[in-house]
Design a protein around this ligand. Sequence first.
Ligand code: C5P
Length: 399
Amino acid sequence: MLAGKRLLLIIGGGIAAYKALDLIRRLRARGAAVTPVLTRAGSEFVTPLSVAALAGEKVFTDLFDLTDEAEMGHIQLSRSADLVVVAPATADLMAKMAHGHANDLASTLLMATDTPVLLAPAMNVRMWDHPATQRNLATLLGDGLRVVGPNAGDMACGEYGPGRMAEPLEIVAAIEAALGQGPLTGKRVLVTSGPTHEPIDPVRYIANRSSGAQGTAIARALAALGAQVVFITGPADVPPPPGVQVVPVETARQMQQAVEAALPVDAAIFAAAVADWRVASASGSKIKKDASRLPVLEFVENPDILAGVSQHATLRPALVVGFAAETDDVIAHAQAKRARKGCDWIVANDVSPSTGIMGGAENAVHLITPEGCEDWPRMSKQAVADKLAARIAAALTAP
Ligand code: C5P
């Protein structure tokens, strides 16, 4: 609930501005007061009248409105809120913020505020991926701003990829988390993700097809519920989510060290596809092609990180969740794995090539707990992550 909280909502100029109207409605339903600020470009997409009607408050639109200045100066306006929310945060607004511009009401408020700021970026996928936007994002995260989204999906401009503004309810959850009201606020959670690379020599390695998409989605979902997330990731295809502590690793042994260094945690989610074996004595120099002799690789087993943490003598987290990627007898193998490794839950999925799950956007999982097995319908990896994060929150906050 957000009763008694005051939010300053800056609506930037993008097609996602229409979702800001629904966001205002959701926030007010939870008891928050919303002071809306519409940028000039924002007012090309939604009208001040609709914003004011939904917010039940005056809309601030222009820096040099003398009446507004007399009623409430921009400095005071920027500081009277518990949180400043920018939704949609356009590439232009992010650039202004990252560089300290203050040439309209929105950017001046953002410069003048001493209140925490949450951004919900929305833009064309190429604009989001552009090095300038990614540089600005890194600057803003470094400045301590929080970010929710963007999500991947079909965009209004007809392209596909990251750039869609987070849905209003996701933004509400991020606002609650930013205000210290998320169910996982104060909880520390570690997530492993991605593949590992096991060197053969300095230029060659053994790897697997994990994209890191599911682990990334889980880290994002846990952070949105307020958790402090340590995200330990092998070399993944997808970028890590904003707002988490990223620990990049390459090999299983590096991942094990990073996991041990992150303990103690309240929960540990092992979504990484860790290589089972590594080359026994990786060569320190590039192995030369030799026409008379093929190289023979000898393997040794990697440490089982999940089993090690599940059976940790002193620092076992209250909840340990493993994954089981199988191609046959999925549930039976996963149940046996839960018992063998000593974790609390296993998220099991069928990764046969015909399912398109490995590297794809969707997942169909079974959640195996001491109480039994739940079959979840096929849904996006982010939806699986959100559902799992909600279950983790329920388990960690149960009396
Ligand atoms: O034994 P298997 O690789 O099928 O187990 C999968 C689960 O165990 C996943 O949760 C994975 O992250 C974890 N795992 C691990 N360390 C390993 C192998 C697997 O943490 N060396």
